[in-house]
Write a protein that binds this ligand. Structure first.
Ligand SMILES: C[S@@+](CC[C@H](N)C(=O)[O-])C[C@H]1O[C@@H](n2cnc3c(N)ncnc32)[C@H](O)[C@@H]1O
Length: 291
């Protein structure tokens, strides 16, 4: 592949997905796109680029972009976000939304489903009162492959071994003929899984009490991160919560957020119009509304 081909690929991937592939990530082109070439009967990456140049938009473009996504995820990832969910966020929302008995959660960039199903297990196990509420839970990702896997809710032994306690496996999963573990139907049907590229329109997405958008902003440049945080603010209810990944923060990107202190939960809420921004943006504050 020539330097011009490489730049073409980088630009195409960034334009379509926001994913920035710096010089330290060049090795990923070879390892992730060689299987694409094999599937397409192409000799090498040079031929792949040539095919991509023939049209602006094709299923091959989508396949290349999807191949360059990193789908790393596991159960109860980082611990603290889910402790905060169980101990603070859901008790707060169970009170705040008592009159409507509705709860809406969006898990953006949900990958293969471990994050949405972790949330579902917490709700089933610790918030029985929500069983009769109207739940609108949406999990989205750019990659059709991970969305299909999340929807099926089937995981190998190695996958369930990453962060899932044995009692939760026993309670919420069944072993299927292939030997894989499948999330029980009552949890699977709590979530709608849908393909959504965060860079594209969020028309008709709805309003959410909690948005999880964890471990995806790290792949984007500053401009895309700021825009996405601003757009998340628009789909988040006034008393809603935003979860970011451990290496992500809205600091210096979008000033509408205030950190909610809970260990290393990566939890934020919107600054109210009558509130001054905190002097120390790292200091955490809980919503003034208590229940
Ligand atoms: C590292 S995973 C994070 C999964 C999960 N949120 C977690 O924290 O464990 C990042 C996910 O972001 C998705 N992604 C990357 N760019 C995206 C975009 N533009 N729109 C939607 N999803 C995207 C990838 O397909 C991948 O599944």
């Amino acid at each position: 592949m020539t330097p011009t081909d490489l730049n073409f690929l980088r630009k195409m991937i960034q334009d379509k997905s926001g994913i920035v592939l710096g010089d330290d990530k060049l090795y990923l082109f070879e390892s992730r796109l060689t299987p694409v070439c094999q599937r397409q009967g192409l000799n090498d990456l040079g031929q792949l680029v040539q095919r991509l140049r023939e049209k602006a938009n094709s299923p091959l473009h989508a396949e290349v972009v999807e191949s360059m996504t990193t789908n790393e995820t596991f159960w109860f990832r980082d611990g603290a976000p889910f402790d905060a969910l169980k101990e603070k966020v859901l008790p707060f929302l169970a009170g705040a939304n008592q009159s409507t008995r509705k709860l809406a959660i969006w898990c953006a960039a949900s990958s293969t489903g471990q994050e949405p199903y972790t949330i579902a297990m917490i709700i089933r196990d610790h918030f029985p009162q929500l069983a009769s509420w109207q739940l609108q839970f949406l999990a989205t990702d750019l990659s059709p492959r991970v969305i299909a896997k999340a929807r099926a809710g089937r995981y190998t032994q190695a996958e369930v071994d990453r962060g899932l306690a044995p009692d939760l496996l026993k309670r919420h999963f069944s072993q299927v003929a292939s030997g894989e573990w499948q999330v029980n139907e009552n949890l699977r049907k709590m979530w709608e899984f849908r393909e959504l590229n965060l860079l594209e329109s969020w028309f008709n997405l709805g309003t959410y009490d909690i948005v999880f958008i964890r471990n995806v902003l790290i792949y984007f440049n500053t401009e895309v991160k700021s825009q996405l945080l601003m757009r998340v603010g628009k789909v988040l209810a006034p008393h809603g919560f935003l979860y970011l990944g451990g290496a992500e923060s809205p600091l210096n990107l979008d000033s509408q957020w205030v950190r909610v202190h809970f260990d290393r939960a990566g939890l934020y809420r919107k600054l109210r119009s009558d509130e001054a921004p905190p002097k120390d943006p790292k200091s955490g504050r809980w919503p003034a509304v208590t229940v």
